[in-house]
Design a binder for this molecule. Sequence first.
Ligand SMILES: Nc1nc2c(c(=O)[nH]1)N[C@H]1C(S)=C(S)[C@@H](COP(=O)(O)OP(=O)(O)OC[C@H]3O[C@@H](n4cnc5c(N)ncnc54)[C@H](O)[C@@H]3O)O[C@H]1N2
Ligand code: MOO
Length: 394
Amino acid sequence: MIGFDEAFALLAEAVRPAGCERVALGEAQRRVLAAPVIARLDAPATDTSAMDGYAVREAEFAIPGRLTVVGESFAGRGFEGAVGPGECVRIFTGAPMPAGADRVIIQEVVRRDGDLALFDHALGGGRHVRVRGSDFRRGDALLPAGRRLDARAMVAAAGADVAEVELWARPRVIVLGTGDELAAPGEASGRAGAIPESVSFGVAGLALAYGAEMIDRLRLPDQPAVLEQAAAAALERADIVVVTGGASVGEKDYARAMFGPAGLEMIFSKVAIKPGKPVWLGRAKGKLVLGLPGNPTSALVTARLFLAPLLAGAAGENPATALTWRPAPLAGDLPPCESRETFHRGTWGEQGVVPVGNQDSSAQKALAAADVLIRRRPGSPAATTGETVEALDF
Ligand SMILES: Nc1nc2c(c(=O)[nH]1)N[C@H]1C(S)=C(S)[C@@H](COP(=O)(O)OP(=O)(O)OC[C@H]3O[C@@H](n4cnc5c(N)ncnc54)[C@H](O)[C@@H]3O)O[C@H]1N2
Ligand code: MOO
């Protein structure tokens, strides 16, 4: 069995974006740039007022003093002329500075008397002028390739005056849930031996949250012929196929075998982690296949640890961006960690991270309560309140 870090390195090596496309900026939310965004203009495009007030010539400005107001400058419609000796221009935030003026006096310290502006209050030293290109220059790279267009990046992309951006294709994902015992939610209570198929819903939700295009989610019986056909069809349509259950050593654990006719090559199989040891990654027909254990908590933990980075990498980001571990104080007790690296489920509390009471790998109720994973390296001694642990948003 390989360790978590080794498995992660193999995953990061294996994953590539499927292709790229030009997309209108309004459709690009949350997606990842395949090419840098280059500014098409200077920002600001001219020297611009940062405040509402009066544009003056600093050299002849005095307190007390008076200047004749010779015009107005608005954002989008500047003053055409120049500010001459003894003159000033009424100006508003975002408006171009008129020729000749180099300072703005905020209106709060100015008295108006007809065409005259009277300055008799002491002022702060600010010039309140944003110089042309002081934010960025035409030709500057505002966002690098690989950057996800989050809310802040969208502002810079639009500010660059680009209508379209070059993006990596969104990874298309199909989730296949396997097991004869699985029934559609709503149908299990009436069928002997059945349980609700729950895992694929969570895996699909996680995939959506990490930028996938979810193209299908299927529930399949443990019948090799059906499974092989579903595997072949999924490999045609998806970039990443996730198969849940049947990952272990049971007599009906067909998850790997169903991809056999498609030429499955294993990248890793079994990782020394708890929960989720049976997780595996392979490739068939040029597509990645991720096998998750069927136990619901194991499935969601391995989806967080392996599917989230896989989707980041397939979307053009560094896969490691999906796993930002940070130090957090522990508010509770943890047992010693044995040979398998352990990912406890916990919640963020005021004093730090609190392990949830039920750490069983089949848990569903406790899974819903957890919002953090606490990472414990193999061989770590028991830990108690106040110690620092590694935590990941779950
Ligand atoms: N002799 C051994 N037995 C097991 C081992 C082992 O190493 N040796 N590993 C254990 C570990 S660890 C795990 S985790 C489980 C995972 O097994 P599978 O991936 O083969 O999962 P299944 O057997 O198909 O199911 C396990 C469990 O989860 C339920 N399940 C499955 N799919 C779903 C679903 N989509 N929604 C809700 N619940 C699901 C299933 O009914 C079982 O109860 O194996 C251990 N065994
Ligand atoms: O490691 Mo399994 O994933 O115990 O449940």
